[in-house]
Design a protein. Structure first.
Length: 230
């Protein structure tokens, strides 16, 4: 049988004729181009993933229902004085709000906390409290609500409500400051070791969480400005 030039070309490559014909189809060219396309897109995908991981977590909303927190040693950042283990039984989280304080690349979270505690009169929530607040101080915040300064850490301040407060006694509120790539953030967490008449009521509890979000929003706005002088 006479061998054609086309058959000799396929035979010289050591491949059957059907395989060689399929290698020239459009689908095979698309498969060959796929690794190059994936290689070009890989850096873009990795950058997107890294940005998502670095982004701050979304803030809680005023309508978020209370949730129970276990009184374990692993959650010491949210306790009555030193952590939930210092409370009697479980504690109930009321809200957790996050606020951006803008860009302050040359200011540390400690500087912002010190600006708050050492110049408390600058802030709209100061009420009848002294200009410089320290652990153990008792005073009245805006609206005549008595509180006690429970503790002051390097990057956080914690207060507790006293009898006569609109929300009841035994609520704990922590103001924590953080920084990431020059951006500063304030996280306000509130919890209680036992329910009060207000936190047990749906309307009062919802209104108090909404009011707290607005109040701490005003505080964060003031801190955004004063942090430049911290």
């Amino acid at each position: 049988m006479r061998t054609t030039p086309r058959a000799r070309r396929h035979a010289s490559h050591g491949c059957p004729q059907g395989v060689a014909d399929r290698a020239d189809t459009p689908g095979s060219r698309a498969v060959a181009a796929f690794p190059r396309t994936a290689a070009r897109r890989a850096p873009v995908v990795l950058l997107a993933v890294s940005l998502v991981l670095a982004a701050p977590s979304p803030s809680s909303h005023a309508g978020t229902p209370p949730m129970r927190l276990s009184s374990s040693r692993g959650a010491v950042a949210e306790g009555c004085d030193d952590g939930p283990a210092s409370c009697h039984g479980d504690v109930t989280s009321l809200y957790r709000y996050g606020y951006s304080l803008g860009v302050h690349p040359f200011t540390s979270p400690h500087d912002v906390r010190r600006q708050l505690t050492d110049h408390f009169w600058l802030f709209p929530v100061s009420g009848g409290c002294p200009a410089r607040i320290r652990p153990g101080d008792t005073c009245e915040l805006l609206g005549g609500n008595p509180i006690r300064v429970e503790a002051v850490g390097r990057t956080w301040l914690q207060i507790a409500t006293l009898p006569g407060h609109d929300l009841g006694e035994g609520l704990h509120i922590r103001f924590a400051f953080t920084r990431s790539f020059g951006f500063h953030y304030l996280v306000v967490s509130a919890w209680q070791d036992r329910p009060t008449r207000c936190t047990q009521g749906v309307l009062c509890a919802t209104a108090s969480r909404a009011g707290a979000w607005v109040l701490w929003r005003v505080l964060s706005g003031t801190l955004t400005i004063t942090a430049y002088a911290a």
